[in-house]
Design a protein around this ligand. Structure first.
Ligand SMILES: [Zn+2]
Length: 273
């Protein structure tokens, strides 16, 4: 196998490569606690950035060699590495008092765990990790109000073969040669935004709402005073700042450097009344 970039120039067998990646993930998992030192957690995040790049390189090699099992295995490693990094980032961001960015990383870790289990049967244990992340959501974060955007599409396209979805045989969420099948919606038209208990994407939620003193953040509960010219009408309509659509399907592939440097959320924000 062309795994020469994994272990200091040495050629590794598939089993040795698996052990190398598992050891990297296990080392980082030790730091999944708010009690751990932030500098050490950040160092593990940077290691996960590198490890994920290595997994991607091996996956691309496997695709070129038409080895679907290994391609899907390293797709799963990309997901599992992204899950650990997102959880580390969540704790780091909470300690930096950035709960909104921390929330996005929690959900990123949940998406990554689910994707890891879908990518390869060897990663079924990631469902335990997902359960742990759901417990963190309920115990660490206050309850959120979720949104779901409804829209109609003119056509549904398969991301694997670009044919009309439903006629090609590929199934949404299943891996094919190192890539997930997704449904691409063409010619979409917005229909409605609804408040729901179980959303498809937990990044879609009410971020803040207007009070008489300013905008109250639903996570920090802090109030940002109104800017000059902004008004609030007592007894008027409830104004809320919401995220109703997230365009990044694979947030766990974003490097820690980018997550920590980018202050603006990658999700689409919009004002709605
Ligand atoms: Zn297809």
């Amino acid at each position: 196998m062309a795994l020469s970039d994994v272990g200091k120039g040495a050629q590794l067998t598939l089993n040795e490569a698996i052990q190398y990646f598992n050891a990297g993930i296990e080392k980082a998992e030790i730091y999944l606690s708010p009690a751990r030192d932030s500098k050490l957690q950040l160092a593990r995040c940077h290691e996960m950035d590198f490890l994920q790049q290595q997994a991607t390189r091996i996956k691309i090699d496997a695709i070129q060699q038409n080895d679907e099992n290994v391609a899907n295995l390293f797709l799963a490693f990309e997901c599992a590495i992204g899950a650990v990094r997102a959880e580390l980032l969540m704790w780091l961001l909470l300690k930096q008092e950035k709960p909104n960015k921390a929330w996005d990383q929690l959900i990123s870790a949940q998406i990554a765990c689910l994707d890891a289990t879908r990518a390869h049967t060897g990663f079924s244990h990631c469902s335990d990790r997902l359960q742990k992340l759901q417990n963190i959501e309920e115990t660490i974060f206050p309850p959120q109000v979720f949104l779901s955007a409804g829209f109609v599409a003119q056509a549904l396209e398969c991301s694997i073969c670009r044919q009309r979805y439903g006629t090609c045989g590929h199934l949404r969420g299943k891996p094919y040669m190192g890539m997930f099948c997704e449904v691409i919606h063409r010619g979409i038209q917005g229909d409605h935004v609804a408040i729901v208990e179980v959303p498809a994407d937990k990044r879609c939620r009410i971020v803040s709402f207007k009070t008489k003193d300013g905008h109250r953040d639903r996570l920090s509960w802090d109030i940002t005073p109104y800017a000059a010219g902004e008004t609030h009408e007592d007894g008027g309509p409830l104004h809320a700042n919401t995220i109703f659509m997230s365009l990044n399907r694979y947030p766990y592939l974003t490097s820690s450097r980018k997550v920590l440097d980018t202050e603006a959320s990658e999700t689409e924000q919009a004002q709605s009344a």
